[in-house]
Ligand binder design. Structure first.
Ligand code: SF4
Ligand code: SF4
Length: 300
């Protein structure tokens, strides 16, 4: 894979990945069902990286806002050596078992993360050099505890993805994977991202509540030409808001302008800042003079 960039998505750290690369129409032998002897064994030793769409589904399922969900159910980690912020699903205290595992099985099944839906497939987003397109390739991940590989059912990758409801997750996370790949492939030539851009990545990826406030702020509105109607539509539909946040991120990180910028917005911001500074300076001088006068009387 020397001429390709890759991002591994849901391949367990110590899993023996079968070297065969699968495409959507490839078939593989696997089945998972409630009666199987290993039921939920895969949820007892987890290493799950959460995606932006996972966060939206899970926080809404649990009735929490983004910050509450992230604080209670995720653990931060660095996705690369520049500390690109990532989030892992937390386990139960002092255990390797997923926090959502119950006696009856997954407690958030209908909203389980993309990585859980994919297993026992691994997926990888790749982009070839000189290409802008991001493609997915797949692998079977065979781990000792998983008996599903001995079940007789043969199915295509496409069918498996459909049955597991993965298509929606991949669609919603596609641009996020593109952003990460782009950052990775830009390598050391571009240098380390600023603290501000890492904060932007964090908010746009994992905190839709703050992003919703951000697009209503006067700072955002004075720079970006987003109509009231479009803003309202984004605030009413979190999936659209997530897609918009990815466009915003691509614009601020890579200059891919898809959100119109108000004419002369930058010049206006600079002149507004100048006005504020002038006012502050005047105020400081006035305070200083008053203080001088007071001191004079006190001394007298
Ligand atoms: S979210 Fe559900 S399916 Fe995923 S590891 Fe936890 S219990 Fe298992
Ligand atoms: S068959 Fe594999 S994926 Fe299904 S419950 Fe067992 S260990 Fe988990």
């Amino acid at each position: 894979m020397s001429d390709e960039y890759e991002i591994k998505r849901n391949i367990p750290v110590q899993s023996p990945i079968l070297p065969k690369e699968l495409r959507p129409d490839s078939t593989f032998q696997f089945d998972c069902h409630k009666g199987i002897a290993c039921f939920n064994a895969c949820c007892k030793n987890i290493d799950i990286t959460l995606t932006p769409y996972d966060i939206i589904r899970l926080k809404n399922r649990l009735g929490l806002d983004s910050k509450e969900f992230v604080g209670r159910y995720t653990a931060p980690f660095a996705m690369d050596h520049h500390n690109l912020p990532g989030l892992k699903m937390v386990t139960k205290p002092n255990m390797t078992e997923c926090i959502h595992l119950t006696e009856e099985g997954c407690g958030v099944y209908e909203d389980r993360p993309a990585a859980c839906r994919y297993y026992a497939l691994g997926s990888m987003a790749i982009r070839k050099k000189e290409s802008t397109r991001v493609d997915n390739i797949y692998f079977v991940v065979k781990e000792k505890h998983c008996l599903g590989h001995f079940e007789p059912r043969e199915q295509t990758v496409a069918n498996y993805r459909h049955e597991q409801g993965i298509e929606k997750y991949d669609e919603m996370n596609h641009e996020w994977y593109e952003i990460i790949l782009k950052k990775r492939s830009s390598g050391p030539t571009v240098g380390a991202p600023s603290q501000r851009s890492l904060q932007m990545f964090d908010m746009c990826s994992y905190d839709m509540d703050s992003f919703a406030q951000f697009i209503q702020s006067s700072g955002f509105q004075s720079i970006f030409a987003v109509s009231e109607e479009e803003t309202r539509m984004l605030l009413e539909d979190e999936e659209k808001l997530l897609q918009f946040s990815m466009r915003f991120l691509k614009q601020v990180l890579y200059g891919e302008t898809t959100i119109p910028v108000r004419e002369k917005a930058r010049e206006r911001r600079t002149s507004e800042r100048k006005e504020v500074w002038t006012l502050r300076k005047k105020e400081a001088v006035r305070e200083w003079r008053e203080q001088q006068e007071e001191d004079k009387y006190r001394e007298g």
